[in-house]
Design a protein around this ligand. Structure first.
Ligand SMILES: Nc1nc2c(ncn2[C@@H]2O[C@H](COP(=O)(O)OP(=O)(O)O)[C@@H](O)[C@H]2O)c(=O)[nH]1
Ligand SMILES: [Mg+2]
Length: 392
């Protein structure tokens, strides 16, 4: 009798134990535990939060033992950050931004050139249109003269041939064969270093953030250096970008710290952390030319104690025209520029600044800003640009 009671007790204990073991694996796949949805939801997210963010969610799902689970595991969709498209080819995607704001310039030129029997006054109008588009005096005159000769010699008439002529001349003025590639990516055990310079408000910090995002999307690791130490807000802004795109930001612990030491620290950390590219944001105070030269020169020299500065990118706001160009020249005299980032092209009808700035500084436009969004930075492609200006 006693044996029977013990046997029954053992069976009950075993049954309860088996029940407990089986319960979780039945509940998880269903995703609708019998307990009230609120607390259950919280418990779920608490589990996820334990390992923080996207990676945590992936970890949690894996931890459930996927082999026993059907594919439809409930819970929030993974907060997968979208992979940005490569810089090359973005201009075509964003060409609407150019076409909208620049139909004026392109269509006026096409209209004037299509006039039968263009007279002296007509050619003057063409030159004026090019000047108004910020092409610069020299390039505007040269382009007009070239068009004039071609029209005379080849007797161009008809919309299509006029367009083709203008298209090829504009592309030539911009330079189709110039090397616009960015020299980025690590060399040996050193990261590539990019120094971003230019007047305040042109879009330097934004460009640093957008470029970091594009490089990270391309599989690189990026570190940002906040060498604009004059306002704490400047480093905060860069840090916001860093957090957004997944790049560590090296900044000074106090306002008005030495920008060169921040740049040095950023590069040193980049080397230690085996980062692929370090992007250094700078201040754009146009105090005195010697002040600027001293400051940028020192930043560059200090970085070069540890690494090579691969790119010095000058940021120019396309909406500021000739005035912006004058300021850009001061920067170019202070430090050797390797490329131009022309920002806010989405906000101007004066695309001729591309020609003017290249001519003025003797370096290519490598990137263009076409809006404030994180992916609104594109590799500059002359043919796409001209197509957008002239419309279809
Ligand atoms: N529309 C437009 N706005 C831009 C572009 N690039 C930057 N901006 C805006 O210009 C302002 C100044 O940019 P910021 O990066 O702070 O300039 P910084 O002082 O040179 O660092 C910000 O409001 C940016 O959002 C662009 O390509 N298009
Ligand atoms: Mg800034």
């Amino acid at each position: 009798m006693e044996y029977l009671i013990i046997a029954i007790a053992v069976v009950i204990v075993l049954a309860v134990a088996v029940g407990f073991l089986l319960r979780p694996s039945r509940r998880r796949p269903s995703g609708a535990p019998p307990s009230p949805p609120g607390p259950a939801g919280q418990a779920d997210s608490a589990g996820t939060a334990g390992s923080a963010g996207t990676a945590g969610e992936a970890g949690t799902v894996a931890g459930l033992g996927t082999a026993t689970l059907p594919p439809a595991v409930p819970g929030p969709a993974p907060a997968e950050t979208e992979v940005p498209p490569p810089l090359a080819g973005r201009m075509a995607r964003l060409r609407g931004r150019l076409a909208r704001s620049q139909t004026g310039f392109g269509s006026v030129l096409l209209g004037l050139l299509s006039r039968p029997g263009l007279d002296e006054q007509g050619w003057e109008q063409i030159e004026d249109t090019l000047l108004a588009a910020d092409l610069g005096v020299g390039p505007a005159h040269q382009l007009m003269t070239e068009l004039r000769t071609q029209v005379k010699v080849e007797g161009v008439s008809g919309g299509d041939s006029v367009r083709a002529l203008l298209q090829s001349d504009l592309i030539e003025a911009i330079g189709a064969d110039i090397d616009r590639s960015l020299h980025l990516g690590p060399h040996g055990d050193r990261p590539a270093v990019v120094l971003v310079v230019g007047v305040n408000g042109t879009g330097k910090t934004t460009a640093c953030g957008k470029l970091a995002r594009a490089l990270i999307g391309d599989g690189q690791s990026v570190l940002l250096g906040a060498a604009d130490t004059f306002r704490a807000a400047a480093a905060d802004q860069l840090e916001t970008w860093g957090n957004r795109v997944g790049a560590r930001v090296v900044r000074a612990d106090r306002e008005d710290a030495d920008p060169a030491s921040v740049a040095f620290e950023a590069v040193a950390e980049g080397i230690d952390g085996r980062v692929d590219t370090v992007i250094v944001d700078t201040a754009g105070r146009l105090h005195t030319k010697t002040g600027l030269m001293d400051e940028l020169g020192k930043i560059k020299r200090v970085i070069e104690k540890r690494a090579t500065v691969d790119e010095v990118l000058l940021v120019l706001d396309a909406t500021t025209g000739q005035n912006g160009l004058r300021q850009a020249r001061v920067f170019a005299e202070a430090v050797d520029i390797t490329g131009i980032i022309l920002t806010k092209l989405d906000g101007t009808a004066k695309g001729g600044i591309v020609v003017a700035v290249q001519r003025e500084l003797g370096v290519p436009v490598k990137l263009v800003g076409l809006g404030e969004g994180p992916d609104d930075l594109a590799a500059f492609e002359p043919a796409t640009f001209v197509d957008a200006i002239l419309g279809d």
